[in-house]
Design a protein around this ligand. Structure first.
Ligand SMILES: Cc1cc2nc3c(=O)[nH]c(=O)nc-3n(C[C@H](O)[C@H](O)[C@H](O)COP(=O)(O)O)c2cc1C
Length: 182
């Protein structure tokens, strides 16, 4: 059994990035078990709060889920040409006291609007951030989904068949990346 954990960089209910993670979970083969985590409940990082009360419960819980997974998949929206603040904030908390991403196999995907970037700029900032956290990030293939407004429905569920096949191919490579430990 291979265990994957998806982390969405969007908090909204109808998030296409969270929907993308649900689709990845649904398309995974039987020997792969995947859960999708959200970043709800993680407060803004404040070193004074950390000194007074330590890691918040939501951070400690996510940290434990990351440690027990074999691979992590980030679905990263693009906000102002970069990763969303909620995701950077979560990773800042997680980096404290020993990163749970150390030695961890990680994949990055993303869905965005319009025809151009497909979250590429945000994903490359996230990749830089994951380097600080000592993650082992799959170099390629990559997933840059454009025009999310037509490829996902109003609930944020992936409905475009061609995109589904594109993501399924990526997932096949990612599972190999997680399972093969040369
Ligand atoms: C504050 C903010 C900034 C954004 N900046 C960008 C951007 O720089 N590039 C882009 O392609 N989309 C940008 N968007 C659009 C988001 O990528 C789009 O809303 C996307 O659907 C968010 O992901 P989600 O569906 O998972 O919530 C921005 C949205 C917000 C709210």
């Amino acid at each position: 059994m291979t265990r994957l954990l998806g982390i969405s960089g969007s908090l909204r209910k109808a998030s296409t990035n969270t929907g993308l993670l649900r689709s990845i979970r649904d398309m995974a083969p039987a020997h792969v078990q995947m859960e999708v985590a959200s970043l709800h409940g993680i407060p803004l990082f404040d070193e004074d709060d950390e000194a007074a009360t330590g890691k918040p419960a939501a951070v400690a819980a996510l940290d434990a889920r990351i440690r027990s997974a074999d691979g992590i998949i980030f679905a990263c929206p693009e906000y102002n040409f970069s990763m969303p603040g909620v995701l950077k904030n979560a990773n800042d908390w997680l980096s404290r006291g020993g990163s749970p991403f150390r030695w961890k196999r990680v994949g990055v995907v993303g869905a965005g609007g319009g025809q151009v970037a497909g979250t590429a700029r945000a994903q490359y900032h996230l990749r830089q951030n994951l380097q600080a956290l000592q993650a082992i990030v799959m170099p390629r293939p990559e997933v840059f989904i454009t025009n999310n407004e037509v490829k996902f429905n109003a609930d944020g569920t992936l409905t475009d068949e061609e995109t589904w096949r594109y993501v399924a191919k990526w997932l096949e490579a990612f599972i190999e990346w997680v399972e093969k430990r040369p």
